[in-house]
Design a protein around this ligand. Structure first.
Ligand code: SMG
Ligand code: MG
Length: 370
């Protein structure tokens, strides 16, 4: 395969309602896409980076810059020798920037698999045709508001609820949801690094609610702190932001810091690395599940293929299009009996709807061979 050109597109896709975490509140899913043109066809991918470096150090302008200045020229320089599997080794010299690496690798993998008439699910080794869907519920202004959102998501059929938490919005909302919706509800929480080693007793109070897991309570670099916390509380500790590679996953598991892992392909540099993290976790009997970055259909399609691997034994944040958007960028993903269907078509198995891309695009830039 030969990379001829890349289009970097910034889109602003309106959300149905604001999504508030411990680090931001967003009304619009601002996102960057890579659209690759190769000699064997086109490919598409959505970048996990946010507009600002708030979830991780990556952000849109930086991702676009590193792609334009370094990654795309390096991949173009491979000439006819390019394969998606060569992206990570070729760009290995560059520190970090995993979300930028992931978006170009995924778009090239899409082109390569479309040409080979193979789906992401088949390529990755998926064993399921549909995957159970959870939903991530943002921080609200009141318990009444939270009650109403959870009621509606459960009526939609979601099989697991994740509550975003932060200091001051933790014990009471979890208590209310557990009491109102019952002991059988699959319930977990995500702090996005909002706590410190001084908060162990606050976090231990959540043990009474029999949560599936607590996700990334502390700073992403504090692996040892998470191991200490995992010893201190009953609730299983799940890492998200901390796990940026299969090596870190292996070490965090060995240290006892990761009893469960949230795999987000964007965070770890792509689907090939995600599969490695899956394999390491399975070998250590650590459950994994697929996280989300509010992806539109282009990103969601590939995540569903990953979530269909056998080690993904917990429902993911892979919700239906209607949880996020009035209008998605692809045919919408629809919840059926609490599950989403894994795409089976070639590549990611779905195409962007170009009129919608035109409507939501705020900038488009072509990078061609010089
Ligand atoms: O895609 O439904 C989704 C969002 C899931 O909670 C979610 N993601 O830390 O896991 C996480 C957050 C990061 C969101 S950044 C916009
Ligand atoms: Mg998280």
């Amino acid at each position: 395969m030969k990379l001829e050109a890349v289009e970097l597109i910034r889109l602003n896709v309106p959300l149905k309602s604001a999504f508030r975490t411990s680090f931001s509140s967003v009304n619009v899913h601002q996102v960057v896409w890579a659209h690759v043109i190769t000699d064997v066809g086109e490919g598409w991918a959505e970048c996990g980076a946010n507009e600002r470096p708030d979830y991780s150090s990556e952000y849109h302008s930086a991702a676009m810059d590193v792609l334009r200045e370094f990654f795309i020229p390096d991949l173009m320089a491979l000439g006819n020798d390019l394969q998606a599997e060569k992206v990570a080794p070729t760009l290995f010299w560059a520190k970090g920037h995993r979300m930028a690496k992931a978006v170009i690798e995924t778009a090239l993998l899409d082109a390569q698999l479309r040409h080979a008439n193979t789906s992401f699910a088949t390529y990755l080794g998926a064993t399921k045709t549909k995957v159970p869907a959870g939903v991530s519920v943002g921080i609200m202004d009141s318990l009444e508001e939270l009650h109403s959102y959870v009621t509606n998501y459960l009526a939609d059929g979601y099989l697991r609820i994740k509550l975003k938490i932060e200091p001051g919005w933790d014990y009471e909302p979890v208590k209310m949801v557990r009491k109102e919706f019952g002991d059988d509800l699959l319930l977990q929480v995500d702090a996005n690094t909002a706590y410190t080693r001084d908060d162990f007793d606050v976090l231990r109070r959540l043990d009474e609610f029999n949560l599936l897991l607590i996700e990334q309570p502390m700073f992403e670099e504090d692996i040892l702190g998470h191991a200490k916390l995992a010893d201190y509380i009953e609730t299983p500790v799940c890492l998200d932001e901390s796990i940026v590679s299969a090596e870190i996953a292996r070490d965090a598991i060995e240290l006892g810091a990761a009893e469960i892992i949230n795999i987000k392909p964007s965070r770890v540099g792509g689907y090939i690395e995600s599969k490695k993290i899956h394999d390491v976790s399975v070998s250590q009997k650590i459950p994994v599940w697929c996280g989300g970055m509010l992806e539109t259909g282009i990103g969601r399609a590939a995540n569903l293929a990953l979530a269909a691997l056998p080690g993904f034994t917990l429902p993911g944040d892979t919700s239906a299009s209607a949880r996020y958007f009035e209008v998605d960028t692809t045919e919408p993903f629809v919840l059926q009996d609490g599950h989403l269907t894994v795409p089976t078509g070639p590549g990611i198995g779905i195409d962007p709807i170009m009129e919608i891309v035109d409507r939501f695009a705020v900038s488009r830039e072509w990078i061609t061979r010089s």
